[in-house]
Design a protein. Structure first.
Length: 252
């Protein structure tokens, strides 16, 4: 029987390792340890088997595939030895779909990370974040009137209740203050808000093409802003992205 398996190159191994951030994507175990030197515990698994046995070919005959090439990056994933062994023995359609879905999500995350480098944001947005971090008590905030909310028009009902409530609460609590901070930026440097809003909108349009799920896009926008602002506060980034949902740059 011909062996279809091809050993991945060193570059492919590195990319696959980085794709899962050095941890088994199924159990969270570190894929390396240090003992005199760095030792790896990873194995590279084929999602669709490289050499399917007859019963496996029958079992998987109708499943979707990320690539027809069993040795392509799209069909490979890094895992720990235990999870790889459980996946292969015995092979099931249920496990196949679980690994397929996870790999698909990892690939979407890779696309999103690439988009981060292509979309920048004005450094002045950090001043708005700093003002959020200086809030000392609830009396510092002026809540947005519920009648002014536009979120029901923007956030799909298919999204989880906790996601919709989080956005709603952040908009009600922080929208007026963030709006005021942007007005102060414009007073010093005219059109600065418009520039920032356009940049957020541009990143949103890039990400929505990669993944249409609103919760996933929200998480990616927060990660993008967090990275671009030096990881000052991911919570402040959430509040600012929620502001732009209400302000129509996101989910419009």
């Amino acid at each position: 029987m011909v062996d279809n398996r091809v050993n991945p190159t060193s570059n492919m191994k590195l990319l696959l390792y980085n794709q899962v951030d050095g941890r088994c994507p199924f159990c969270g175990k570190n894929l390396h340890y240090v003992k005199n030197q760095i030792q790896t515990l990873l194995e590279i698994a084929h999602i669709y088997p490289a050499n399917p046995k007859s019963h496996e070919a029958e079992l998987l005959k109708d499943v979707p595939r990320l690539s027809e090439d069993v040795n392509s990056m799209e069909n490979l994933i890094v895992a720990c030895r235990d999870c790889h062994k459980k996946f292969d023995h015995p092979r099931t359609a249920e496990d196949y779909y679980r690994w397929y879905d996870l790999k698909k999500e990892l690939m979407l995350n890779d696309e999103a990370k690439s988009a981060f480098f292509d979309n920048n944001v004005e450094e002045d947005i950090i001043k708005v974040m700093d003002s959020l971090l200086k809030i000392e008590c609830e009396s510092d905030l002026v809540q947005l009137s519920l009648s002014a909310l536009k979120l029901d028009e923007k956030i799909n009902k298919e999204n989880s209740f906790i996601f919709r409530k989080k956005i709603r609460d952040q908009v009600v609590d922080y929208y007026p203050m963030v709006r005021e901070q942007f007005n102060e930026l414009d007073a010093i440097s005219p059109y600065q808000f418009e520039k920032i809003a356009t940049q957020v909108k541009g990143c949103y349009l890039t990400l929505i093409k990669i993944n249409e799920n609103q919760e996933a896009v929200f998480r990616m926008l927060v990660a993008w802003l967090d990275e671009k602002t030096g990881k000052i506060s991911s919570l402040a980034c959430e509040i600012i992205i929620s502001f732009f949902i209400q302000n129509c740059e996101v989910f419009s």
